[in-house]
Design a protein around this ligand. Structure first.
Ligand code: MTE
Ligand code: MO
Length: 321
């Protein structure tokens, strides 16, 4: 298996166990190899934030779906949370050690009101909502998840971002004592993600605190986790401890590791294949059980094109993948 194969293995017939062993072996290899120097987006001028506004009724039409929900058992036992191991079953077993209270978030950068804020205060006064969103993993499986939480924009506005805030960067907790996966340099810790400011302020961008009406389980990113339903799952960063408003496109964990495979934008796009596999279809994990997943066609922006396509008007989505 080549070095490239070390990075991700597509969802397929391979068992979780085999994926786990291969990843561990090959990620060790990767860690021992100098940077590949792949081009990615570095150096190119990133597109400015759009001024597109989505009408409230249009936005709300993306808040629910009639599609069959994924079972609670599957949402909470088939996870990606590398801080707790690279196997799909690892987080549900290992994340119980994550202490989710007390929890605070540091807010920094280009805003009038930076500081460290307790989670209760971060959420205070913002009405909790339920949103049923599709989540499409870049590996080729998808789920339909009933989240509870708050609009990201409502939280971000609290801190009064300045005109220089062109992007928002998010960071996950990185605590070796609580997170056994940090021993492996599968990615460069802490896990980091980012959005352009207009994406972050979009009504669909959501901060989840629960699912199926219950508190968010650790393996799903408790106590506070981003959900960006029109982007590949890895953009939905878990267990957030820092939010930074920045002027330049921030570095993100997967883009850092392999820029030719994982771009900054990472909008779900069946027309742009991952270099090692097609993105045209997905295995929908819903209803009865995970082993009876349906193969369905992947939709542009994960089916949220009506709500978000305007954000990318005039952008070449092959270049800005
Ligand atoms: N901190 C952190 N956030 C993360 C990940 C991770 O490994 N670490 N994995 C991402 C990936 S690849 C996906 S598909 C989703 C999975 O979310 P779920 O396990 O709640 O379904 O979480 C994302 N957020
Ligand atoms: Mo993913």
């Amino acid at each position: 298996m080549s070095l490239r194969d070390a990075l991700r293995i597509p969802e397929s017939e391979i068992t979780d166990e085999a994926v786990y062993r291969d990843r561990r072996r090959l990620l060790a290899l990767l860690a021992a190899t100098p940077a590949l120097g792949l081009a990615g987006c570095a150096g190119a001028e990133p597109p400015p934030p759009s001024t597109a506004r989505v009408a409230p009724a249009q936005a709300r039409s993306g808040f629910r779906t009639d599609e069959a929900l994924t079972r609670y058992e599957d949402i909470t036992s088939y996870n990606n949370f590398y801080e707790f191991g690279t196997g799909k079953a690892d987080p549900s077993r290992a994340a119980k050690t994550l202490r989710t209270a007390p929890w605070s978030v540091e807010v920094a950068g280009e805003c009038a009101k930076p500081g460290r804020i307790a989670l209760e205060d971060l959420l205070r006064g913002i009405a909790s909502e339920e949103r049923i969103y599709r989540l499409r993993c870049v590996e080729g499986w998808s789920m339909v998840i009933p989240w509870t939480g708050v609009p990201l924009a409502a939280v971000l506005r609290r801190f009064e971002p300045t005109a220089k805030a062109k992007y928002v960067a998010f960071t996950t907790l990185a605590d070796r004592e609580q997170m056994p996966g940090l021993r492996f340099r599968s990615i460069r810790w802490p896990y980091r993600e980012g959005l352009r400011i207009d994406e972050a302020m979009h009504p669909l961008a959501f901060l989840a605190t629960g699912l199926y009406g219950k508190a968010l389980p650790q393996q799903n990113g408790a106590p506070l986790r981003l959900v960006v339903p029109w982007k590949y799952g890895f953009k939905s960063i878990k267990s957030i401890v820092q939010i930074r408003f920045v002027e330049r496109m921030p570095s993100t964990a997967w883009n850092d590791l392999q820029p030719s495979e994982y771009g900054f934008f990472s909008n779900v796009n069946p027309a742009v294949d991952h270099p090692r596999w097609s993105q045209k279809t997905e295995r929908r994990i819903a209803g009865t059980n995970r082993l009876l997943a349906n193969r369905i066609e992947t939709r542009p922006f994960n089916g949220y094109a009506d709500q978000v396509a305007a954000l990318y008007a005039g952008m070449d989505l092959r270049k800005w993948y």
